[in-house]
Design a protein around this ligand. Structure first.
Ligand code: NDP
Length: 366
């Protein structure tokens, strides 16, 4: 559905641009001109290689890659060459704690399999560094709390890699919801999944992943629903189906869950590792609806509204935006925009979803 009203479309674009520009007001003068915060990337897998390192090299205004932590020596050689890193700034999982004595490193970005997030976040905080940790924050709410406590004890800032919270289409939808542009939101539908390949990968091992599709991508639908409603769910009911019990012997394949929020809004969410195509949310309000589809992609997200307007922005790199927001918070000594507490809230809901699947009962939260 394309917009038929260019001037209103432009207005919608401008609003979104303002929404993402707002967090960066005041950058000038917040630091020595030209001095960027140094980032150590931990775990040089797909996300670090294809998204984060390029974002640091090309798009970030406040951060730069200064060190790497890897268990694979061949990767270390390539990254040193590609990013001009000295050998002194290359670490492995045993020498990780020596990051404490590297003054070039301000931020440690944990991009490891999920169950390793807690250990390396806590070790990073103990090394005296600020920590950006990928989603899901950890594989249990208890671990999330330990991570929060460790960062507090070290007086270091902690942020979780919720890139969509900075994404202009998401921010515009949040605005439509909070400003009640279509009246109060009554119902949210959100889903994200994909058909997972290689059966030997860590994402299918409970010990490393903590769970399946829900932990990995269902969390985006959960985040979107919470972000749009602006409240914490108080009742969760979930159902799982497993059509390939061999491939998904250790982790969940497909889950559908519902959430009731204190103000009466309900959300129906879904996630799967066994089919492609679901990457969306839609919010139904008193006088209309708005949606993103695709919603959670690195680029190319777009949306529509019931009044036939398009929701479409030229979106900046999501990882650069997230890193720069974190750096700005550090420089201005402000709380993290995507805090450990925010990650913990999601893990509480995820645990409730698994509990509801296990017991067949609605789980009350709050
Ligand atoms: P990959 O499997 O591609 O990379 C993980 C890396 O972790 C490996 O390459 C390896 O790096 C290191 N590692 C250390 N120990 C192990 C181990 N036992 N098994 C496997 N890898 C190990 O995963 P991704 O990069 O896709 O995901 C990493 C994290 O980022 C996950 O938590 C995921 O949820 C999150 N993620 C977030 C996204 C987002 O949009 N925010 C998108 C994709 C992922 P090395 O060889 O250098 O030691």
């Amino acid at each position: 559905m394309n917009t038929t009203n260019p001037s209103r479309r432009d207005f919608v674009r401008a609003l979104g641009a303002a929404a993402i520009a707002a967090p960066f007001v005041g950058i000038a003068g917040a630091q020595e001109p030209g001095k960027k915060l140094g980032v150590a990337l931990v775990g040089l897998g797909s996300l670090s290689t294809k998204q984060i390192a390029p974002a640091l090299a090309k798009s970030s205004k406040l951060c730069k890659l200064v060190a790497i932590v890897t268990g694979t020596p061949a990767k270390a050689d390539k990254w040193m060459a590609d990013y001009g890193l000295p050998k002194t700034h290359v670490y492995n999982y045993e020498t990780f704690d020596q990051l404490a004595t590297n003054p070039d490193v301000d931020i440690i970005y944990v991009v490891l399999p999920n169950s390793m997030h807690a250990e390396y976040t806590i070790r990073a905080a103990k090394a005296g560094k600020h920590v950006l940790c990928e989603k899901p924050m950890a594989t249990s709410a208890a671990d999330c709390q330990r991570m929060i406590d460790a960062c507090k004890a070290a007086d270091r800032l902690l942020a979780i890699g919720y890139r969509c919270q900075f994404e202009p289409h998401h921010r515009e939808c949040r605005r439509l919801a909070s400003e009640k542009v279509f009246g109060a939101v009554k119902y949210v539908e959100a889903g994200f999944g994909f058909k997972i390949g290689d059966p030997a990968q860590w994402r299918l091992r409970k010990g490393l992943a903590g769970g399946g599709a829900l932990m990995d991508v269902g969390i985006y639908a959960l985040q979107a629903a919470r972000f749009l409603v602006g409240e914490e769910p108080i009742a969760i009911s979930a159902l799982e189906t497993k059509t390939d019990p061999v491939k998904f012997a250790e982790v969940d394949e497909t889950i559908v869950w519902t959430m009731r929020f204190p103000g009466g809004v309900v959300a129906k969410c879904s996630t799967s590792y066994n089919f492609n195509g679901e990457n969306r949310f839609r919010a139904y309000a008193e006088k209309g609806w708005f949606e993103l589809d695709p919603a959670y992609s690195y680029a190319g997200n777009s949306g529509r509204r019931s009044d036939k307007l398009e929701i479409k922005f030229d979106a900046p790199d999501q990882f650069a935006t997230e890193l720069d927001d974190f750096a700005q918070r550090i420089l201005e000594k402000k709380p993290s925009s995507v805090s450990g507490e925010e990650g913990l809230r999601d893990l509480r809901v995820i645990e409730a979803i698994y509990q509801s699947i296990a017991t067949g009962a609605t789980v009350k939260l709050g």
